[in-house]
Design a protein around this ligand. Structure first.
Ligand code: ADP
Length: 532
């Protein structure tokens, strides 16, 4: 007989089993919205997940049923994830920052049967209740009179065996925030999630280990907190959660818990940077920072690198579980000058094993990886979407399995990928493209600028010209001229915005990105002085 290896389905619960068995006492710390800190560990999470799985069965939840959460990051939320997946359910994380009609749509579309929610979102839940047609059980995570999460699991013992099945079974459902049209559901599978976790812990990705203490600042409802709640048990990492995003609270928590690794979108890091700069605080034990979700400005990368941290600039999307690329120092890193190191990390990094990328032109012809051509970015791999959840319009990929990301990118000969824009955000001036991302990030590098958005407005001669909307830092002495002067040192002259407009604030999506659709709408009739 030919020999062979064992069939060991890549099921998510094996991650938790491993952590419970091999790293049981490693802590999970949660700072709750009420200000109390609670501690458990992998043994506690596994025990409570089994109790919750039993409780869900008692409620009549069956394999494949959707169980939703509307919550910030904390250990009870983590228990709800594993308890649901462990009993064969499909966990649906709802983003509380979505618009009301999106919230109504996704819970109904997902046919959620249970909702776990934070007390902080109780008013939202009350408002939505009449519209949510399928939710039978509402369970509050916070201690509530007789009907909360703790009461639900209180009567259950931990004697439970996880529901088994094929590794291709669904485990989790995440909706894209859908800046246009209805949000679309992306169904993560056991296998895709385990493979993503295996990749994510690796040195050139998040560099997680049993020694690491990770604080995912990215919410658990944003593409599964970028997979960290699955990667953490794989290595037995200590996890720290915070429901409070105030920079001081986060900095104090990082120091107290000796956080070494953290990940979040640029907007939260921006607030953190401003706090650190204003107070002279340091970042304690923080060593590896992952920035993703939108382009990390060069000034932000510099801020962390100057303080001796390793910055991983990551690109991905809900449809990709979410990691597509991430930056890490290459072999010849020490021969790079400081500026070259910054240039390198400012790009969106390289693919890990498991992701393939290519760029194509408008006709679908594959473009070279020469660091010059830019085209639509396509991806394929075992944790990349094939078809949206309950979507009758067919597969989300072409015949060869390529998924069109909607991003425009350049692939460099050294393997790095550089996002120039979202296809719908590029500014087309005189037939050439101006990268709104590059303009914005260059602007944020100008002293006194807190945030900036570049949008294209109509111009009779050039079709579109960029204007730049700028939010100043508090009490900053900055003028359109100083910004223009600074931009002149970073980008081509013809990219310089025709006008620079100061605004009080900029609109953001539910995941903290600039809401370009709203800005385009708001400025669609903007009359440029240069167009007169
Ligand atoms: P949504 O579309 O719902 O906001 P995602 O969080 O999945 O949700 O967003 C994915 C998109 O975010 C990508 O297609 C890309 O446009 C953008 N993005 C993510 N990371 C980066 C990055 N590092 N640089 C530039 N853009 C990024």
């Amino acid at each position: 007989m030919l020999g062979g290896m064992q069939d060991w389905p890549l099921r998510i619960m094996r991650l938790l089993d491993h952590a419970e068995r091999e790293h049981g006492p490693r802590e999970i710390v949660s700072l709750y919205a009420a200000g109390n800190t609670e501690r458990t560990n992998w043994i506690g999470v596994a025990r409570d997940a089994r109790r919750l799985a039993k409780a869900l069965e008692r409620l009549g939840i069956k394999k494949g049923d959707r169980v939703a959460t509307l919550a910030m990051n904390h250990a009870r939320h983590l228990v709800a994830w594993y308890g649901t997946i462990g009993m064969g359910g499909v966990l649906h994380t709802i983003n509380p920052r979505l618009f009301a009609d999106q919230l109504i749509y996704i819970a109904n579309h997902a046919e959620d049967r249970v909702l776990f929610y934070d007390q902080a979102f109780a008013p939202l839940v009350e408002k939505m209740k009449p519209h949510w047609k399928t939710i039978e059980h509402y369970i509050c995570f916070d201690p509530a009179e007789g009907s909360g999460f703790e009461d639900l699991i209180a009567g259950e013992d931990g004697d439970y065996a996880w529901v088994e099945g094929d590794e291709r079974e669904p485990a989790m459902l995440c909706y894209t925030s859908g800046t246009t049209g209805h949000p679309k559901g992306v169904l993560y599978e056991h296998r895709s999630t385990v493979l993503h976790a295996l990749m994510e812990v690796s040195t050139d990705c998040l560099e997680l280990s049993a020694r690491a203490v990770g604080l995912p600042i990215v919410p658990m409802f944003h593409a599964a907190a970028w997979g960290m709640p699955f990667a953490a048990p794989l290595v037995g990492m200590k996890l720290v959660f915070s429901a409070d995003y105030t920079p001081k609270v986060m900095c104090d928590l990082m120091r107290a818990e000796k956080v070494t690794h953290s990940a979040g979108v640029p907007t939260v890091w921006l607030a953190m940077m401003q706090y650190v700069e204003a107070t002279g605080e340091d970042l304690a034990d923080l060593r590896v920072v992952t920035i993703g979700g939108s382009a990390a400005p060069r000034s932000m990368i510099r801020f962390f690198m100057e303080r001796g941290l390793r910055v991983g600039h990551a690109w991905g999307m809900t449809e990709m579980s979410p990691i597509g690329t991430i930056g890490a120092p290459p072999a010849d890193w020490h021969e790079f000058s400081d500026e070259e190191q910054l240039d390198y990390i400012a790009r969106q990094g390289r693919v890990p094993f498991g992701v393939e990328l290519r760029i194509v032109d408008d006709e679908g012809a594959v473009l070279p990886r020469d660091g010059k051509a830019s085209g639509r970015l396509q991806a394929r791999g075992p944790w990349i979407i094939e078809r949206y959840f309950q979507d009758e319009s067919g597969p989300a990929v072409d015949a060869e399995g390529w998924f069109d990301t909607g991003d425009v990118a350049i692939l460099h000969p050294d393997g790095t990928m550089q996002i120039t824009d979202r296809a719908k955000d590029v500014i087309k001036s005189g037939g050439e493209w101006i990268s709104s991302i590059e303009l914005e990030n260059a602007a944020v590098g100008c002293p006194g600028v807190a945030e900036a958005a570049a949008v294209g407005v109509y111009h009779p001669k050039w079709d579109e010209r960029p204007i730049l909307l700028v939010v100043k830092k508090a009490e900053a002495d900055v003028t359109p001229d100083t910004i223009r002067e600074h931009l002149g040192t970073c980008v081509a002259k013809w990219w310089l915005p025709d006008e620079i407009v100061f605004v009080e604030s900029l609109p953001h999506t539910a995941t903290g990105k600039l809401l370009k659709t709203a800005l385009r709408e708001q400025y669609k009739d903007y009359k440029l002085a240069t167009a007169a």
